[in-house]
Design a protein around this ligand. Structure first.
Ligand code: DGP
Length: 116
């Protein structure tokens, strides 16, 4: 069994978060340390530690994360001007929490892709 992180407690509502969406497959909540006016994390409810742990059986979950991100972006009013989604993988990707998560950033021009 993959190890739990703080995100499992957020999914189960054992610790508070500013949750914006939850269903049987995914949960979305505002990042505790926002890097943009809108910064939301979309995560699978099942533990997938990293992008590198994704396999074909997860395709529906990953696809659902994308459609939920689209829905949230529209609801948050950032779709028209545009936004960015990002998944960090392991050390070189800058991953801090080892429960797969998709960042959704928006609400201002986000600048170049990588910090220089
Ligand atoms: P990453 O570097 O891709 O692993 O991003 C992890 C993000 O998770 C980081 O932007 C901060 C956020 N985060 C970490 N712990 C918590 C928490 O307890 N609550 C919330 N809402 N966000 C958290």
């Amino acid at each position: 069994m993959p190890e739990e992180t703080i995100f499992s407690k957020i999914i189960r509502k054992e610790i508070p978060s500013d949750m914006v969406y939850q269903d049987d497959t995914v949960t979305a909540f505002r990042d505790i340390n926002p890097q943009a006016p809108t910064h939301i994390l979309i995560i699978p409810n099942k533990i997938i530690p990293t992008m590198d742990d994704v396999n074909e059986a997860d395709e529906q979950v990953l696809g659902h994360m994308i459609t939920v991100a689209v829905k949230i972006a529209r609801e948050q009013g950032i779709a028209q001007n545009g936004y960015r989604v990002l998944i960090n993988c392991r050390e070189h990707g800058g991953q801090e929490v080892y429960h797969l998560h998709m960042h959704l950033f928006g609400g201002r021009p986000l600048g170049p892709m990588l910090a220089r």
